[in-house]
Design a protein around this ligand. Structure first.
Ligand code: AMP
Length: 441
């Protein structure tokens, strides 16, 4: 029977016990509002791996305004990445886009730069709406807009998401924002206003020029979220630029994406090319009971800056975090059930390197960009090859090295690993007894 780690008598015992059983399905605990890669010689001036960029190509080729070029320089971006090279020229001309890009290879900058290149900040009209699936992603994207618009003082950017009082989001919009980033539930709510309180909509999209969806497959595959996105879409003008992005876009997602776009420029990557080359990937075959011991051994033996450990439910995230803390590992955990301010605070603190070990549900399985994460451990097996790709992509961001270790305790897990290797043409090998930290750091 599953045991509560809190009640276990000693480290020894805890390490050989199982976490509470799978009892909560929080696969989709991504925000639904209230309702719901190897650079051998690291380039000194560029902290990220330079192989990730196309050194023959330059941001100057995009003819961006000088305010943007200055901010790009300040960000330390020297050359555009492949997806930036192929998508930015079309995107800044206002063309609809459906873009698939390797995890962590700079897709955010595609839509941020394309938007800032075109935004008209004269009026108090919302020019661009960006929808994303979690509150943390919304904050992260907001941060990127702030970073690249720093020399464009007239451009106002707002971020709105659930889990905070409606009033707080409405206030963000009161003085007129040109770019709004939000999660679908809260955006919909703001468009509706508070009729019972006689409050008019806080958000009006009648003058919208750009509609952007990040992690589009995830947003549109979930029926509830798709419905919210559709409802929002209906409140925008017919003529606008629509851009959609993700690392994984299945054929069925493509078909849905196409319904939102007109003559979109489509940039799709063969699944086999989605592999992150700087990322070493291994698996460990073990039993459920052996996971805790293996995990603590790995955390003891491996060097890392930051590590993210993925589990499949909220309860398992909390239990594993408690267990790690009891074993003197300074871990933190995050899941969709945590109060919003705490979640954001934790996300920020982890991004700022104040914590080194994070236990997470799929909540941080997609999109979140934390530069110093060099190890991802799948304590629980992801439920699909897509989910695996997104999770392991949290390490090895933008061409840096990384290590992904997946615990394989069930036949279903073995099947997922088989699919991963076939689909992405990647070799996931048994974890060797010794790994040189220089191979992944
Ligand atoms: P993203 O895939 O958008 O989450 O970006 C992953 C990381 O790569 C972020 O930390 C970006 O700041 C960084 N990045 C994006 N484009 C570039 C570039 N051209 N040069 C260097 N770093 C970049």
């Amino acid at each position: 029977m599953a045991t509560d780690p809190e009640q276990a008598a000693s480290f020894e015992e805890q390490q050989t016990q199982e976490l509470a059983d799978y009892d909560e399905e929080d696969q989709y605990d991504q925000d639904q509002d209230e309702t719901q890669q190897n650079n051998e010689a690291q380039n000194e001036s560029n902290p990220k791996g330079s192989y990730a960029t196309l050194s023959s190509s330059s941001f100057k080729d995009f003819m961006l305004k000088k305010e943007l070029m200055r901010a790009i320089g300040d960000a330390g971006f020297e050359h555009p990445s492949e997806v930036q090279h192929s998508a930015i020229p079309k995107a800044i001309l206002g063309q609809d886009m459906i873009v698939q890009a390797k995890s962590g290879m700079g897709k955010t900058a595609v839509f941020v730069l394309a938007t800032l290149a075109q935004v008209q900040a004269e009026n108090k009209v919302v020019d661009t709406l960006v929808l994303c699936h979690t509150r943390e992603m919304a904050s992260q994207i907001f941060g990127e807009f702030e970073r690249f618009s720093k020399y464009m003082p007239d451009v106002k950017v707002a971020v709105v998401f659930g889990g905070v009082p409606y009033k707080v989001s409405a206030e963000q919009l009161r003085d007129g924002a040109h770019i709004v980033i939000g999660t679908p539930g809260r955006v919909k709510h703001l468009l509706e206003g508070q009729p019972r309180l006689n409050q008019a909509p806080a958000l009006v999209l009648s003058g919208l020029k750009r509609f952007i969806i990040d992690e589009c497959d995830n947003m549109l595959d979930q029926i509830d979220m798709r419905k919210q996105v559709q409802d929002i879409f209906k409140q925008t003008p017919h003529t606008k630029q629509v851009m959609m992005f993700s690392a994984t876009i299945s054929d069925s997602s493509k078909a849905v994406c196409r319904k939102f776009t007109k003559n979109a420029q489509e940039i799709f990557v063969d699944d086999k090319q989605l592999t992150l080359h700087g990322l070493q990937q291994h698996f460990v075959k073990l039993t459920e009971r052996e996971k805790n011991r293996k995990l603590t051994d790995l955390l003891d033996a491996l060097d890392f800056n930051q590590v993210v450990i993925f589990v499949n439910t909220k309860r398992r995230a909390q239990s594993l975090n408690q267990l790690l803390q009891t074993c003197a590992f300074p871990s933190v955990s995050v899941d969709g059930g945590m109060p919003q301010p705490k979640r954001l605070e934790l996300f920020k603190a982890f991004k700022e390197y104040k914590h080194r070990i994070l236990v997470s549900t799929n909540l941080f399985g997609r999109g979140v960009d934390i530069e110093r994460v060099n190890i991802v451990i799948n304590y629980d097996m992801p439920q699909s090859s897509d989910e695996y790709l997104h999770r392991v992509g949290r390490a090895g961001r933008f061409g840096t090295k990384g290590l992904a270790i997946t615990f394989q305790a069930t036949p279903e897990g073995a099947e997922v690993m088989k699919q991963v290797q076939e689909r992405f043409k990647v070799k996931v090998t048994p974890l060797p007894n010794e790994i040189q930290s220089s191979d992944y750091m």
